[in-house]
Design a protein around this ligand. Sequence first.
Ligand code: GUN
Length: 295
Amino acid sequence: MTLIDGKRVADEIKAEIAAETAAMEARGERRPHLAAILVGHDGGSETYVAHKVKACEQCGFRSTLIRYEEDVTEAELLEAIGKLNADPEVDGFIVQLPLPRHISEQRIIEAIDYRKDVDGFHPINVGRMSIGLPCFVSATPAGIVELLDRYDIPTRGARCVVLGRSNIVGKPVASLLMQKAPRGNATVTVCHSATPDIKEITREADIIIAALGSPGFVTADMVKPGATIIDVGTTRVADATRKSGFRLRGDVDFDNVAPLCSHITPVPGGVGPMTIVSLMRNTLLAARHEIYPAN
Ligand code: GUN
């Protein structure tokens, strides 16, 4: 069994990006600038955004964090987005999800200029990705295909089972893996809460991508020996032995599944660091106008 070390791969890619940033500055170009809007004080969102800001530092990027309290109105957020859209000093920005219930996430996402949508959540980027056109690919799916590629795990002709159909992970990763492209060409099945007999489906899989947010969902009896398992789950569970009072648990029963696998990602240290680094790469692409031409 090989443990897929997402942290190591992410550190390598960050070093590559930092070298590119240094080369841009040496040419007298402005360094990439990522902005993030964070609403409220959800522990998970605070941590993710802090990691994004730190990754910007490691890549030599400028970052700006814009905070709002939980009671911010949709109109205030839309105004902030309008300013970031118009700011020539900002190459890309994200609005950390989830948002409070009184705000329409979809309206917020659609207000972001798709040319600065480094999360790849805008319908233009989602649509372009699904038909194989250049676009900002959302960070977690991009990180997953990068890991499979770097560990030489073939996707061509592989049976991939995606557990979960979220707009952020399940749908886009299924779309990428089925593309007629070097990192695609898989036969993809997506399972969700209305799928009967999931075990029968996962047992046939060469690659399982678990993105349900259900700790320990994938058990050993669901896995074909020699399969590759990518665990996207990061649920906080109580742990009195930790200073924080919690630990992160993935969607896979790691201890019992790992011995069966050819490759498996740990939680934490697997997909998470790759998500952040994919966001950094999208920001670099935005700064260089490599996906969409400058205005
Ligand atoms: N919430 C969970 N994952 C993500 C992500 O990749 N981007 C944003 N903006 N919010 C998230």
